[in-house]
Design a protein around this ligand. Structure first.
Ligand code: DC
Length: 232
């Protein structure tokens, strides 16, 4: 790791490919990678299992807020170099990616108490810098002082196609239309919620990766990283 490690914030819509970009960049430069969306998903899974999500998909805000001190989310490194999301000591990595969580995560992530608790944990994770974190509000709220901020964009159709392929590969029985509807619905909630909606930070560099290969994205990101660290 560089002598003066920095913070890299990568924000964007769901399935914009930002997690892949963030994970690969972190591994190339020897930084820690944190998927902040996984933390919102883990809290959502907890809420589902505790019966705090009504039949209408809306969370019981008071019950969830009261339970927050008992919800511990962290990440456990795996032998293959990836990391798994842990909810109160249990590996929930596969469970949090399922549609039953995706379908109700946005209203949970819109709750101010949930955001405050997770943002505090995220700030703590970045205290020593040397971190790449992806999410919706990383450059605007969690690390407004991040040295490098990236805002990833791609059309809803492109993103739904990616998510659909991922889910089919994992054996989920979903249709493309279901996945597209979920993407569009979540975009709407994520950009219009009152509490830290998804928006591009004024000092973030935007990238539309709809027509880029993974290798092109890697090279572009590494260039941005080198530009910032060389200028320091
Ligand atoms: O990136 P993702 O699809 O795994 O995110 C899951 C949900 O969590 C999504 O509805 C947006 C929300 N989220 C958020 O509000 N803030 C973040 N920093 C990360 C995710």
């Amino acid at each position: 790791m560089e002598k003066n490690p920095i913070i890299i914030a990568i924000d964007g819509f769901s399935s914009s490919g930002k997690s892949t970009m963030a994970r690969r960049l972190a591994s190339a430069i020897g930084y820690r990678y944190i998927d902040s969306g996984a933390m919102y998903r883990a809290v959502t899974l907890f809420a589902l299992e505790a019966g705090f999500i009504g039949p209408d998909g809306q969370p019981d805000a008071a019950a969830l807020e009261a339970a927050l001190p008992h919800i511990h989310v962290d990440f456990e490194p795996q032998p293959d170099g990836t990391q798994h999301t842990m909810l109160n000591g249990v590996d929930v990595e596969a469970e949090i990616r399922r549609l039953r969580v995706s379908n109700v995560v946005s209203p949970v992530a819109a709750l101010p108490a949930v955001r405050h608790a997770l943002v505090a944990m995220q700030k703590e994770m970045g205290r020593k810098r040397g971190i790449v974190m992806d999410g919706r509000d990383i450059g605007t709220v969690v690390f407004p002082d991040a040295e490098l901020k990236i805002y990833v964009d791609a059309s809803a159709e492109t993103r739904a196609r990616r998510r659909f392929k991922e889910m089919i590969d994992k054996g989920s029985a979903v249709t493309f239309e279901e996945v597209l509807a979920n993407v569009v619905h979540r975009d709407h909630i994520d950009t219009t919620r009152a509490e830290s909606p998804l928006r591009r930070a004024d000092d973030a560099i935007a990238i539309d990766n709809s027509n880029m290969t993974i290798e092109e994205q890697d090279a572009w990101l590494l260039d941005q990283f080198e530009r910032v660290t060389n200028a320091k």
